[in-house]
Design a binder for this molecule. Sequence first.
Ligand code: NDP
Length: 257
Amino acid sequence: MAKRLEGKTVLITGASSGIGRSCAFEFARTSPKDLKLVLTARRMDRLREIAAEIQAEVGDGVKVLPVELDVANPEQVRGFVARLPEEFRGIDVLVNNAGLVKGVARAPEIAEEDINIMFQTNVTGLINMTQAVLPIFKARPGGGAGDIINIGSIAGRDPYAGGSIYCATKAAVRAFTDALRKELIDTRIRVMEIDPGQVETEFSVVRFYGDKSKADAVYAGCDPLTPDDIAEVVVFVAGRRQNVVVADTLIFPSHQA
Ligand code: NDP
């Protein structure tokens, strides 16, 4: 697998914490000889720390570029790839991971602001990032090549009360992913989705508007997945032989079955 990832450039959105952060480490550890990582999120301080930690752990074989990017801001996403330093522009793998949930209200009570931020980040942001990177993929010989790995959610398959908007965004990710894969059938561009169940990250802190005690209560008494569990799968699907498309993966802790 390390050989197949050698020389690749991997762009991860939402790399400043949780699953995205773990993906950055997992790619670097799996292919420490010749890899470029473009780590994006809004919190640059976090990204710089992560870049330094990766560099300290695996050395200079991995080049890490932290870049501030709000995927919900179309102005920032437009032309994003063109603004990267040239050596990082040849993206091979896009991990569309940035995402969030806000609140636990029933549909009639959900704040308009929360509805908008969930759709702008989880759906429009993911689509805009895909559109930003696809021209790079399509320019490659044979109709194009590259990997798009979308992080969906079990919530997109099995909606729950109190999460209607988040569930709807993740169902939209599924539909977009499946349609895009069909549109790109004549290329060597792989479009894949990984749907996690419960993973302990800052996800719940964001959901409860920063209230850590409410967030911690979500995980009390259960044994959630770790972000590394998801990152291992992300790197696994990216590291398959080019003709192998691990199109759709659902991964959850045993208590959630
Ligand atoms: P975290 O809150 O730990 O990480 C979310 C990441 O998304 C952060 O790095 C955050 O960075 C980034 N992000 C949020 N909004 C934006 C934005 N507008 N622009 C750029 N980056 C943004 O949560 P997880 O790691 O758990 O979440 C990662 C993905 O996994 C999400 O898509 C989530 O929906 C999905 N998921 C999570 C599950 C879980 O139980 N944790 C279950 C199923 C799916 P910053 O704030 O610095 O911008």
